[in-house]
Design a protein. Structure first.
Ligand code: CA
Length: 218
């Protein structure tokens, strides 16, 4: 497995290279964000260990850029910051996992192994289709870059559909995942809310598949 370490603290970078190499990984090291981004773009890595505070380009910017370019290499962020907010920022810009410095090498290795068990697949931080976009981090929804106000339930329904583009989802599935006490609700409530979404976001966004359910236009 090939791992890219993007870290500007030379001692930590060396220690990681030494440890990971001893554990059988092929290791590349970059000492700043811009070099890290270049290497990650072209290197076909199985995982990236990415510091947050880096010269030239921050770790946040590196992971955001990779995701925007449709690069889904698993990213584990490493940071000296320990505020909850920073962790959330890292994960929201597209990282898969987060470790706060100082960390033990054994724990790092466990996180890395867990990342490598997942195959890289598209995990966009911002969801969208056509001109509709939804950012789960800020809960902002826009149509053609114009913000749209959704109720929490409309938002939940839209997010559920956006995570299943082009797939037919039944009313029951929607009820189970978007409403919490589905047992007491009639599937008709789904119809009503699909109607609200169409009104706010465009008539053709959600297609009715007769007798089956709904499908979001990809
Ligand atoms: Ca640093």
């Amino acid at each position: 497995m090939r791992v890219l370490v993007v870290e500007d603290e030379t001692r930590l970078a060396h220690a990681l290279r030494r440890g990971l190499t001893a554990d059988g990984f092929a290791v590349d090291v970059a000492g700043d964000g811009a070099t890290g981004l270049e290497k990650a773009r072209h290197g076909d890595f199985d995982a990236v260990l990415l510091d947050v505070m880096l010269p030239r380009l921050s770790g946040y910017d590196v992971v955001r850029t990779l995701r925007a370019e449709d690069n889904w290499v698993p990213v584990l962020m490493l940071s000296a910051k320990d505020g909850e907010h920073d962790q959330a920022d890292g994960l929201d810009c597209g990282a898969d996992d987060y470790l706060t410095k100082p960390f033990s090498y054994v724990v790092l290795l466990a996180h890395l192994r867990s990342l490598l068990r997942r195959a890289p697949q598209a995990r966009p931080a911002v969801l969208g289709t056509g001109d509709v976009s939804l950012d789960p981090a800020t809960r902002k929804v826009t149509v053609a870059d114009r913000p749209v106000e959704l109720t929490p339930r409309e938002y939940g329904l839209l997010e559920y559909l956006l995570r299943r583009p082009g797939r037919v989802v039944t009313k029951t599935e929607i009820l189970d995942h978007v409403w919490d006490s589905a047992a007491e609700l009639s599937p008709n409530v789904v119809e009503v809310y699909v109607g609200y979404l169409r009104r706010k976001l465009g008539r053709h966004l959600v297609e009715t598949v007769r007798g089956a359910g709904y499908r979001l236009q990809p």
